[in-house]
Design a protein. Structure first.
Lengths: 132, 427
């Protein structure tokens, strides 16, 4: 799935401006997650039209980017996230960031690992359901 | 020496140095010829106003040795100070220059009360910077014991000051405060030290800083002024009155001009300080514009010296910043950023005094295209920060904290000076 990432400074109004631009362009968000350091942060989003979102943000002078991210379907029961992540940890993969959301009636887990090829392999071997 | 005797000596020396550069420096000959001047037009010190000015840009345009008057075989030392675009200002000294420098420096030390019995520590940087070696030679010349401590390793330095019974020190005023702070952290009491004289310079400082340094280190702090283009530390010094700095005007003739109109201003008026070297052989300069703003004080000093005094430096007529004793021009930062495609050459400099040390923060805008290449973590941003910091360090010679800003985040400004926010309270 394509993820939209936005670099933003830790000042008030930055997030509002970005989300406002997306709203004006009728873009629907499925997931949003913000990580921060002392001076700046990164906002990651899953939306219905990432290419369009990227374009409008770019036109507004925002530092944005698109990247492929792994999104797995999870069962809506206790322990499903724990089991999924354990599969990757067992193979020595580390996770840079992770967030979960509801997507078209399904529970979804989005994350980034340091080794995408290996992650794909684990998905195939374990017959995990990837949301593309 | 009476004022009349001084003027006569200055006039004689001025005529000599003008003839010397006229015949040895094509730059000055061309300038004087364009003004229809010959050395014979310069007979008294009052004639100095007829002469052309020299700027830092002139030195840069003639890099590296274009303004040198003495043949290379006569040059025995070369110093360099930072330039605005990575090119340094090169200054060559003849043996006689070094002797005069040492003599003037000894004059400063004597006024501070240093004698042959003193142990004097030099905590300016040794190297291309004139601070370290300049003071060092002055101390040796007058026969006191010099301790070439240089900068860094403050704890070891404090140990030496205590164990050897060091009585005098030369450093930047901010380093003096850092020394006091480190001492206090180590539990070293000022009563354990024999320090009584401090020579402070290479950066602007205030009366409040003087009081604080004197109180915390238990010494008397005196101003020491100089610039490498003219000589180095020794150009002017405070006496026991601590009321203005006496200029070694038999060697460095001072004028105050209006930086806008370039016309000379009278005693007591604040303007740009200009120096003419009266005895220098290596790289003599006529009416060199220091860009330092101050005034020449009226009246005689209570100490009895008749040399003219200059007041505190109250600012600059250009955008140069002095950070931890190092000259920093915003244009240097700009040139570094122009060489880093990930950044827009848009920046803001913030200078602060944190604790007692100057700190420089460079805010710079990241380009959209850099982030747009699929980045989804902050790692590339921190990498960019490190890259900018390391390139800045190599050009500026001081460490700066780099803050990456989003595109368009830095306010657009009209004048260059708006790029700088100096939060230090120096006035």
């Amino acid at each position: 799935m394509l993820q939209l990432s936005v670099f933003m400074e830790n000042t008030s109004g930055t997030l509002t401006a970005v989300l406002g631009t997306l709203k004006e362009n009728n873009i629907q968000l499925h997931a949003i997650s913000v990580a921060d350091t002392a001076d700046y942060g990164i906002c990651r989003m899953i939306c219905d039209n990432p290419q369009k979102a990227f374009k409008v943000l770019e036109q507004n002078g925002v530092a944005a980017s698109l990247s492929e991210i792994i999104v797995l379907e999870m069962k809506d029961v206790p322990g499903s996230a724990a089991d999924l992540i354990a599969l990757f940890a067992k193979s020595g993969l580390s996770i840079a960031y992770l967030y979960s959301f509801h997507y078209e009636g399904r529970q979804a887990l989005a994350f980034r690992t340091d080794d995408r090829e290996k992650a794909k392999e684990i998905i195939t071997v374990n017959a995990l359901k990837e949301i593309l | 020496m009476s004022r009349d005797e001084m003027s006569a000596l200055q006039g004689k020396r001025l005529h000599k140095v003008v003839s010397y550069v006229y015949h040895n420096v094509p730059f000055y000959r061309a300038k004087m010829q364009a003004m229809d001047l010959t050395p014979d037009d310069i007979r008294t010190i009052e004639d100095i106003v007829k002469l052309p000015f020299t700027t830092k840009q002139d030195i840069r345009d003639n890099y590296p040795f274009g303004l040198q008057a003495a043949p290379q075989s006569e040059i025995i030392r070369i110093h360099a100070s930072s330039g605005t675009t990575g090119k340094a200002t090169i200054v060559g000294y003849t043996r006689k220059d070094i002797e005069i420098w040492s003599e003037c420096m000894s004059r400063c030390l004597t006024a501070y009360g240093v004698s042959r019995e003193d142990l004097f520590s030099v905590a300016y940087g040794y190297g291309l910077f004139t601070g370290g070696l300049g003071v060092h030679y002055g101390v040796e010349n007058m026969g006191a014991s010099v301790i070439p401590a240089s900068t860094g390793n403050t704890e070891k330095h404090i140990g030496l000051i205590r164990d050897l019974g060091v009585t005098g020190i030369a450093c930047t005023p901010s380093y003096a405060l850092h020394l006091a702070e480190t001492m206090e952290a180590l539990g070293v009491n000022k009563g354990d030290l024999k320090l009584r004289i401090g020579a402070f310079g290479a950066e602007p400082w205030t009366e409040n800083m003087r009081q604080e340094i004197q109180e915390r280190l238990g010494l008397k702090g005196y101003n020491l002024y100089g610039l490498s283009e003219i000589m180095g530390p020794c150009v002017s010094y405070e006496c026991e009155c601590q009321n203005g700095s006496h200029i070694c005007e038999d060697h460095f003739y001072p004028e105050i001009i209006d930086p806008a109109t370039l016309s000379p201003l009278g005693r007591g008026k604040e303007g740009e300080l200009v120096f003419t070297t009266l005895t220098k052989e290596g790289m003599p300069l006529l009416r060199y514009r220091t860009r330092d703003l101050c005034s020449l004080l009226e009246g005689e000093c209570a100490c009895g010296r008749t040399e003219v005094r200059m007041g505190r430096i109250v600012g600059r007529s250009d955008d140069m910043l002095i950070i931890r004793g190092i000259n920093v021009f915003p244009s240097q930062v700009e040139s570094v950023l122009l060489g880093i495609p990930e950044c827009a050459p848009r920046f803001k400099l913030i200078v602060e005094r944190i604790g007692n040390l100057d700190s420089l923060t460079v805010q710079v805008e990241m380009r959209q295209e850099y982030f747009a290449q699929g980045f989804d973590t902050l790692a590339p941003v921190t990498e960019l920060e490190k890259k900018v910091a390391s390139k800045l360090k190599s050009v500026l010679s001081i460490s700066a904290k780099v803050q990456i800003k989003s595109p368009g985040a830095i306010e657009r400004s009209q004048g260059k000076t708006a790029f700088v926010e100096d939060r230090r309270k120096l006035k």
